[in-house]
Design a protein. Structure first.
Length: 385
């Protein structure tokens, strides 16, 4: 597997003027420090201060020279995204609504389970792909997040959880790019962030535990295979082109045959019996019938995969309904009988609207009500309760 892309000149910052050090890979950090006349081992020291000890002020980096600390303070920054709102669910799920440097709101969600803790990060503010069943898609596209803003989500979650549960140790074990946005449309920033997540000088998360979820951006899947061996998930949601194009307009550009070939080729580069995750949102009366399950089983016959069934989570303005539990189980049973590993994703954080795009949607609703009724912040919170 070749090295991850090195975006030392990419947009790494939470500030236009200052480079945000959180968005630099080890290689980019070494290049930056070399330009400043520093020895290569300095990059190791600085990475540890940033991602292991999580300092926010270069002045705390006591084993680097005063001159370099001063240079960092004057010309660079260490900045996690600003938190607009943090919500805690009764089931332990946490959701953060954050502000990007461009001013748009995006979400990060932490989902604790018995043996792992999964952080769902956003890669973009909004999304351009307009999948019909997705709250984020309905909000449109506002911009890309920088590598620093993506890493900032992970760093912030690790810190906040450690503050609240110091006895538990690090709780984030897995990262999935299943928050807002299509990660492969923000390729360079996302692959840089993956590099830092997997690097032992960053967060040391194993390749199996970082998952990029895509709607099927075919050329970018091939590019991804050249620069990382992270796990891959495909948002499929339909067993044929006609239905998929209706639910996911991107399918008109990259039809199923091309998407599955790209995904299978990606799986082949991973080797080691690793599989692709297929995500399938079950929508009542739309894609949840026995014929759809049979079609899905045929379609995936040559794809090494496990299937994750997600009962549709209704959001305001959506025309779709969630299927009955019995229909979800029947769909799952059909896939299992056809020889697939198929699980049903339990809804988590329902009381805090933790599903992708719903928190931002709520805030946008509040903002438009604020404009409409001329409410101030306090009144707004009262109204939204
Ligand atoms: S499902 Fe993913 S790709 Fe589709 S609109 Fe939502 S965020 Fe974008």
């Amino acid at each position: 597997m070749s090295e991850m892309s090195d975006n030392s000149t990419a947009n790494t910052g939470s500030s236009r003027e200052k480079i945000n050090l959180l968005g630099l890979s080890h290689a980019a950090m070494a290049t930056l420090l070399e330009r400043l006349g520093e020895k290569p081992y300095r990059a190791v020291q600085v990475m540890k201060w940033l991602h292991h000890r999580m300092v926010d002020d270069p002045a705390c980096m006591t084993d680097i020279s005063k001159k370099l600390r001063q240079h960092f303070s004057e010309n660079m920054c260490i900045a996690e995204p600003e938190v607009i709102e943090e919500k805690h669910s009764v089931d332990g799920t946490r959701a953060w609504l954050m502000r990007s440097t461009s001013g748009g709101a995006f979400e990060t969600v932490f989902i604790p389970e018995e043996n792992r803790g999964t952080l769902c990060v956003s890669s973009q503010v909004g999304c351009a792909l307009d999948c019909q069943f997705c709250a984020t898609g309905k909000q449109g596209f506002e911009g890309n997040l920088s590598a620093a803003e993506i890493i900032g989500q992970l760093r912030l979650a690790i810190r906040r959880l450690a503050e609240d549960f110091p006895e538990k140790g690090r709780q984030v074990t897995n990262v999935v790019f299943m928050g807002m946005g299509e990660p492969l449309l923000n390729f360079d920033e996302v692959t840089t962030a993956i590099n830092v997540m997997m690097d032992d000088l960053g967060y040391g998360i194993s390749k199996r535990k970082v998952t990029v979820s895509t709607a099927g951006m075919v050329p970018a899947i091939y590019r991804l295979a050249e620069c990382t061996d992270a796990s891959l998930a495909l948002s499929l949601h339909a067993p044929d082109d006609e239905l998929r194009s209706r639910l996911m307009p991107v399918n008109r550009k990259y039809p199923l045959s091309e998407v599955l070939k790209a995904v299978n080729d990606y799986a082949a580069t991973l080797g080691e019996k690793r599989t692709i995750t297929i995500e399938y949102t079950l929508i009542d009366g739309v894609n949840d019938q026995p014929s759809h399950a049979a079609g899905l089983a045929r379609l995936l016959a040559n794809t090494p995969c496990k299937i994750n069934l997600i009962p549709f989570n209704p959001f305001p303005g959506s025309e779709f309904r969630r299927p009955a539990n019995i229909a979800v189980r029947a769909f799952q049973d059909r896939l299992i009988r056809a020889g697939y590993s198929a699980t049903v994703r339990t809804t988590r954080g329902e009381d805090i609207s933790a599903s992708c795009g719903q928190l931002v949607g709520k805030v946008k609703d509040r903002t438009s009500r604020q404009k409409k009724y001329g409410l101030d912040g306090e009144q707004l919170i009262a109204v939204s309760r």
